[in-house]
Design a protein around this ligand. Structure first.
Ligand SMILES: NC(=O)c1ccc[n+]([C@@H]2O[C@H](COP(=O)([O-])OP(=O)(O)OC[C@H]3O[C@@H](n4cnc5c(N)ncnc54)[C@H](O)[C@@H]3O)[C@@H](O)[C@H]2O)c1
Length: 334
């Protein structure tokens, strides 16, 4: 799918976090649609290091990149020596996705160092190369503020959300100081779709519930899940946003959601329909404090300035995704 008139052939494109969920989808998007683009992925991949919450310290996985024909640099965005490896290139576009993406990491030093400090370095590279910078922000910047979540009203409730808000503020300041640059932040809401499997426990509830059902168990949801609504967005619409951000009419931070919240119960019900099962949902108490009960992206400025047009409903997204959910359920190997 070609979303804009921008031709990425013969362009040099850096994707940080390109071994992760969204970054690897972006890499394949360019490879398939612009086969003459020069794609460079910078990612530290996963080591054996884990956080105190039991999750890997980075989720990048080589299996997300099987078939990728571009260049790969294994490096850490916190390490200036690793970043120096990027000085051999002259980038036209930078899609900065690398981050500690796990919202339940509470080591503030680590989250803020990784997500915020590195952003200064990458902005410098963008400036030096005269490259467009599109970076990942997050709906976690809003915390549990009431819907619709609107850019300009934020209240993060974890170090991750705070780090993304700081990135947005840095981007704003950098744009002011460098008005010739294109710098666009995309506040993704709840993204789901192929290549998220390796995010393990931090992957979307779509794949997690899908696997519960496929292993013959009833879907298990928090009590009141029919009233816990989120703005779930399919990966293809997130790719669309990244591409359109490159021809944004205005620098800034933009919400990337559908604008239509749906419940976790809806996810379980759609999955059961797609998988031809009829389990009775089981409910258990929600153990989390500061849990977002209702998110709904306010997307009028994303429509106006990015020409963003989310197209994929929860029903059609899950339908497109179901084959991959089944495939991973059979292998279940990390
Ligand atoms: N998936 C979502 O629902 C969602 C929602 C809001 C924001 N985001 C943001 O979008 C971006 C991509 O998210 P994702 O879902 O693809 O997550 P992901 O964890 O799959 O991808 C992040 C990638 O960054 C890499 N990485 C982590 N630390 C690194 C470091 N120090 N140096 C180099 N590479 C490092 C990881 O190996 C991984 O490949 C992230 O910035 C995330 O915070 C995602």
């Amino acid at each position: 799918m070609i979303y804009t008139k921008q031709n990425f052939n013969n362009k040099t494109i850096l994707i940080t976090g390109g071994a992760g969920f969204i970054g690897s989808n972006l890499a394949f998007y360019f490879q398939q649609n612009f086969p003459n683009s020069n794609i460079i992925i910078f990612d530290c991949f996963r080591s054996e290091l884990i956080f105190s919450n039991g999750n890997p310290q980075s989720f990048g996985h080589y299996k997300n990149l099987i078939g990728f024909k571009g260049k790969i640099i294994c490096g850490n965005i916190n390490n200036e020596n690793h970043l120096k490896l990027l000085s051999d290139f002259d980038f036209d576009f930078i899609f900065h996705q690398a981050a500690i993406s796990d919202t339940r990491v509470y080591d503030q030093t680590m989250v803020i160092e990784t997500n915020v400090n590195s952003f200064y370095s990458l902005l410098k590279i963008a400036k030096k190369n005269n490259a467009t910078m599109v970076y990942a922000s997050s709906a976690a910047t809003y915390g549990s503020l009431p819907s619709p979540q609107t850019v300009g009203k934020e209240s993060p409730e974890n170090p991750y959300g705070f780090s993304k808000l700081m990135m947005d503020q840095i981007a704003y300041q950098y744009s002011k100081e460098n008005p010739e640059m294109i710098i666009v932040g995309l506040r993704y809401f709840n993204v789901y779709g192929p290549k998220e499997f390796f995010k393990e426990k931090t992957s979307s509830m779509v794949i997690q519930l899908g696997h519960q059902i496929l292993s013959g168990n009833a879907p298990k949801l928090f009590e009141g899940s029919d009233k816990i609504l989120r703005d779930f967005i399919y990966i293809d619409d997130v790719i669309q946003a990244n591409i359109k951000a490159c021809s944004s009419k205005k620098n800034g931070t933009y919400n990337i959601g559908t604008g239509t919240p749906r419940s976790f119960q809806d996810i379980a019900d759609i999955l059961q329909k797609e998988l031809n099962t009829n389990f009775q949902t089981e409910y258990f108490p929600n153990p989390f404090e500061g849990y977002q009960i209702h998110t709904q992206a306010e997307i009028s400025s994303s429509i106006k300035y990015l020409n963003f047009n989310p197209k994929i409903t929860l029903e059609s997204g899950i339908k497109s995704y179901i084959t991959e959910i089944k495939l991973h359920s059979e292998t279940q190997k990390i």
